[in-house]
Design a protein around this ligand. Structure first.
Ligand SMILES: [Zn+2]
Ligand SMILES: [Zn+2]
Length: 278
């Protein structure tokens, strides 16, 4: 049985965790349930699925951004239990499989190619990070477009164009540059985070979002993958909001995806309501 078509305003997104201790987003539309990244254990994620009315066997696919453990630590057990295919490029799938003694279903999808998964058309695009072939994901259903990009050292032309016309932008706001420079990390760690294959700063996030808003109009933004040490939810919110407002008058709704527990929720039809509150 294939999935039946559902109107795009059925699309919803739940952030289950976002940050260096685990990343997972649940994206739903009708009977299609897609997980982006599997950085939580099966034991942690199962009750969260139940809360959103999803049986683990009802998972349609697991999209992987890259092989780092904060994105894949629960991958094997979740994939085997759900029997959902793990979708990513060949290099990433191989890097993930190399760490697991047991197998699970994989579906290779070259970076930049599209695939239909239930209600969604999904496509990956490359980002700049110190992993084998890291990507972000675009999910579209009807008129609804969601973009997910974390773990990227800078906003490339490709990432900027992925943000075009997105209704929900889930974008990394990893660190405040001052906090990073003055903080406790070693010189090497600071250099890695700030490098072109590290993580996106609050300022770089604000600049990318401003450009997107100026080009295409209002959107909802979730700040994701915040550093525990070099950022805080309130600093990220303040800093990115101020950065955007300094660049554009286009309205936007902004929220912060928290690190260690389920936080923000988005539903396609509610976007206008959120934006009117700004
Ligand atoms: Zn990460
Ligand atoms: Zn990473």
């Amino acid at each position: 049985m294939g999935n039946t078509f559902s109107p795009s305003n059925d699309v919803s997104v739940h952030c289950l965790a976002s940050g260096s201790s685990g990343n997972s987003m649940l994206i739903q539309c009708g009977s299609t349930n897609i997980l982006i990244d599997a950085g939580l254990s099966l034991r942690t994620i199962s009750p969260q699925f139940s809360k959103h009315g999803v049986n683990i066997s009802g998972l349609s696919a697991i999209l992987i951004t890259h092989e780092h453990s904060d994105h894949t630590s629960g991958l094997g057990p979740i994939a085997r239990k759900s029997r959902a295919p793990v979708v990513s490029n060949t290099a990433t799938l191989q890097a993930c499989a190399a760490r697991d003694e047991l197998s699970y279903d994989c579906e290779e999808l070259s970076t930049g190619e599209t695939r239909e998964i239930g209600c969604f058309t999904v496509r990956s695009f490359s980002v700049s990070h110190d992993a084998v072939e890291p990507v972000g994901w675009i999910l579209e259903s009807g008129n609804t477009k969601i973009v997910y990009a974390t773990d990227t050292g800078y906003c490339s032309v490709e990432l900027q164009s992925a943000l075009s016309k997105a209704d929900l932008i889930i974008l990394e706001a990893n660190h405040d540059l001052d906090w990073l420079q003055r903080g406790p990390y070693t010189h090497e760690m600071k250099a890695r985070v700030a490098s072109e294959t590290g993580h996106l700063s609050n300022k770089a996030c604000a600049d990318a979002v401003s450009k997107r808003l100026e080009e295409d109009g209002p959107s909802t933004i979730w700040l994701a993958h915040l550093s525990r040490v070099n950022n805080s939810p309130s600093l990220a919110r303040r800093s990115v909001q101020a950065g955007i407002r300094a660049n554009t008058k286009v309205p936007f709704a902004l929220d912060v995806a928290l690190r260690d527990h389920p936080s923000v929720f988005w539903q396609a039809g509610r976007q206008a309501v959120q934006l009117s509150l700004m």
